[in-house]
Design a protein around this ligand. Structure first.
Ligand SMILES: C[S@@+](CC[C@H](N)C(=O)[O-])C[C@H]1O[C@@H](n2cnc3c(N)ncnc32)[C@H](O)[C@@H]1O
Length: 270
């Protein structure tokens, strides 16, 4: 109940502003969508760069910013496009940005992108039913730095790492996550009910920042910088370890493992 009140309050522009000022006074770095170019310009020079989910509403803008900032090779990836605006800017500027039509969770797309120094991914994670798979994919292509911004939900006091799965919520429950009061015109799967035909256009997950950061770490990144907003989170991370992967043993070691488990008597129906 208290949590619903907190979320509703943060959706009111004046209270949201008040919250931002309060957090800033406490020493937190406050984020905003408008700061993304700054992060790209800081990390792209002299590095290879990939923008995952580059197209909707921005027509590859962050890929072009990276190129202008001196990135050595730039790949722009999306599940649709390129848009005419992208192609026009590409032509007019003599750009060498390479567009890849692909889904970041598909192996053939990862092969096409290869490894890059800096991966930028904004506005994608909450649009996927399996955000961990997206993060693992980002880790596979990332040699050094990940710049990630995603929509989040406010922390649930006393319940770190909480998250909400949006599809199939009824209209009343969805209303809590409707951000039109903060200027979001349409959230597929929230403004109206889940639309299977919209695929990744739907909003799937409301991750709390703690849940997001835990997923990011499990995927093999260290969080070096975070900028918070009431309903979004930006992190700049370093690739430190391989992403979690459950290795499938070969048939022989698997039998040996199974025999050990049986002999130890540790396996009980859960
Ligand atoms: C909300 S838009 C964000 C656009 C831009 N990055 C920004 O921050 O303004 C999400 C973009 O990610 C793309 N996208 C969604 N799922 C994707 C996936 N699995 N692989 C690649 N791109 C994806 C969408 O087509 C869309 O262009």
């Amino acid at each position: 109940m208290l949590y619903r009140w907190k979320v509703r309050s943060l959706k009111l522009p004046r209270l949201n502003l008040f919250w931002r000022r309060w957090r800033a006074r406490k020493g937190d770095v406050l984020g905003s969508y408008d700061r993304l170019p700054e992060y790209v310009r800081r990390h792209a020079p002299g590095r290879s760069f990939a923008d995952i989910g580059c197209m909707w509403g921005v027509n590859g803008e962050y890929a072009f910013i990276a190129e202008e900032a001196g990135a050595t090779r730039v790949t722009a990836v999306d599940v649709f496009g390129p848009t005419p605006e992208f192609e026009e800017k590409h032509r007019a500027g003599g750009s060498r940005v390479e567009f890849v039509l692909g889904d970041i969770t598909r192996a053939d797309t990862l092969d096409q992108i290869g490894e890059v120094d800096v991966v930028f991914c904004a506005g994608v994670l909450y649009h996927h039913p399996s955000p961990f798979d997206v993060l693992v994919a980002l880790r596979r292509i990332c040699r050094e730095t990940l710049i990630l911004r995603t929509s989040t939900i406010p922390e649930v006091r006393g319940l770190p790492n909480a998250a909400v799965y949006f599809p199939m919520l009824d209209a009343r429950s969805r209303e809590l996550w409707n951000l039109k009061s903060l200027g979001l015109l349409h959230q597929a799967g929230i403004s109206r009910e889940f639309e299977p035909s919209a695929g990744y256009g739907n909003w799937f997950w409301g991750l709390t920042p703690s849940c997001l950061e835990s997923l990011v770490k499990t995927a093999g990144f260290r969080v070096d910088f975070r900028a918070m907003e009431a309903f979004a989170h930006t992190v700049v991370c370093t690739a430190v370890t391989p992403a979690l992967q459950h290795d499938l043993p070969d048939a022989l070691s698997s039998r040996r493992l199974a025999a050990e488990i049986s002999a130890a008597g540790i396996a009980r129906p859960a």
